[in-house]
Write a protein that binds this ligand. Sequence first.
Ligand SMILES: Cc1cc2nc3c(=O)[nH]c(=O)nc-3n(C[C@H](O)[C@H](O)[C@H](O)COP(=O)(O)OP(=O)(O)OC[C@H]3O[C@@H](n4cnc5c(N)ncnc54)[C@H](O)[C@@H]3O)c2cc1C
Length: 655
Amino acid sequence: MAQPRVLVVGGGLAGLAASMRLAELGVSVDLVSLVPVKRSHSVCAQGGINSVNALTRQQGDNEWKHFDDTVYGGDFLQHQPPVKEMADWGPRIVDLMDRLGVPFNRTPEGFRDQRRFGGTLYKRTAFAGATTGQQLLYALDEQVRRREVEGRIKKWEFWDFLAPVLDDSGRCCGAICQDLVTMQFRAFPADAVVLATGGNGLIYGRSTMSMVCTGSAVSRAYQAGAWYGNGEFIQVHPTAIPGADKLRLMSESARGEGGRVWVPRKPQDPRDPREIPEAERCYFLEERYPKYGNLVPRDIATREIFDICTTDGLSVEKDRLCVYLDLTHIPRETLNRKLGGILEIYEKFQGVDPRSVPMKIFPAVHYSMGGLWVDYERSTSGGMVEGSPRNQQTSIPGLYAIGECDYQYHGANRLGANSLLSCIFSGLFVAPTLAAVAAGRGGAADQRLFTAGLKREEERHHALLARTAGTENPYELHQELGNLMTRVATVVRRNDQLAAAYGEVCAMEERWRRCAVSDTANWTNQNVVFTKALGDMFPVAKLILKGALLRDECRGAHFKPDFAMPGLAATDPVAKRREAEEWCDRFAENTQKWLKSTIAKCGADGSPQISYQDVDTSLIRPRPRLYGLVGAEAIEEVWKAREAAETATPVGAGA
Ligand SMILES: Cc1cc2nc3c(=O)[nH]c(=O)nc-3n(C[C@H](O)[C@H](O)[C@H](O)COP(=O)(O)OP(=O)(O)OC[C@H]3O[C@@H](n4cnc5c(N)ncnc54)[C@H](O)[C@@H]3O)c2cc1C
């Protein structure tokens, strides 16, 4: 009988974790990656990885609270069993990475040091300086190399996943990939295929993400029939360093170590920020959210920064929107030890030492909560059934998705430092599933399917190479797409703009068909690879826009002012109570109508067909997401009273 074989596409944290575990389970792995796996985008992750730990347990923390923070942070849009399972695995994952040699920062006593990240009141984030992603990635890479030497894993670096191969029953039985050096095509038959291909920030042009994060592999799977979930939920990180070429992240860890966000109370105060006295500074996050302060979740911090600059006119500079992120009150030695990596990035690209001068930052596109829809099997204890063939499976049988490219764990807003956890967790957790599926398969797939798949991709490729007389430049078209998406589908969304943008993206997609490639050589041709990836950005851009257009509410990162639920205006206690009751009524109605996952299916004409799926909120009941906003106490009071009344009502009682 043939050895079970799995194709893992993507060698970031999710792909490496899955490959390592599969090899341990005796499954042979082909590991395909666009870039050397050690250059996968995960290497850029800075701030840390979340899990409950000994320190937070002493303060009353536990896995359930981590789970609760994650679903509250995600505005309840994620199915709860997978999130619960992930939070339960957190401590084991950080211990595992520690054992694999990740140099986590230590306290003087030798314990793992922890910092606080957004959306929680506990110091749950383990970190390795400000280069946590790199340390985690290198540790997993070592394990994968070990299995490579044993012959269990075969790596294919500089290979592009072009399409899944489906058999006559619609089951995925392999993929077609292309060598980016020789430009040769190759079929990869497999008992199961798992995509671990990361995010798609490049659809927005400039973002904090690496330049390979085009989302091409996911788009290709979507166009082949895989459903896409919650596409409209794009995270805009509150603190990035604006740059002409790209936007560089200033990690949340800067605020986790005590960094404070402020603007001068006087618009565009020309003084050196160090000379502006405390009384003349507005620490707007601390003033509005005293409980969470600078560590409110990202969607809220981003909107507040955007608002203080655009609505209140308090941007530090007139021609370039920005606010101060201040670390200057923290000792230099502490900053170097805990944040060295990111401070060097600021210094290098801005020419200013952030240890002595407040940084200037502004929000930037950072992460995609949405991704390929994947399934799971719920266990009796409310988590997931380990090894179930449904876990992480896309709507195409035999095709799985893990890491940032699935939609499963973060709902409407991801909490900082939860992504590295979800990537490693989904990689480790999917492995027994894949091993069982692969073992149960057996028998070679029909060779004709691969021959046909190869022919189709070769023809597409050569048709593009032959297009030398086109009128469109792919790089300029990409810039146009990015500018448009950034303008209409980031912090603030309006229906008229989204509808118009959808039409414009369709027109750009048409223009893409007239793109010419300037390099026609069939050797390391980056030009043709980028042009293909650009073509695959349009279907995903369309589903983001359409999902955003149809979702008439505000939830997490998706904010439409026309459907906002502003705080209470009344000051008189009786009127305030009445307003709070009305607010809670509206919240309950909105939850009923919109607490649903958006599912996009690619129509025959390439346009997204949108439907909705109920969310499993059986473990934690959805509640208003206020984070202790000043003035919102009355809403919290009313909501808690309603919850208490419902819990007090015996089951089966009532009309
Ligand atoms: C600057 C920055 C800092 C961050 N810091 C943190 C942090 O501190 N904590 C946290 O939790 N999260 C953080 N995140 C988020 C986190 O880094 C990512 O969500 C996570 O690393 C994604 O890992 P992944 O394994 O899913 O994908 P990636 O690491 O993006 O890997 C994707 C892989 O897929 C391959 N691939 C892609 N397309 C194709 C194709 N067509 N064919 C073949 N291979 C392909 C790539 O070569 C790569 O190997 C940060 C994000 C950014 C942008």
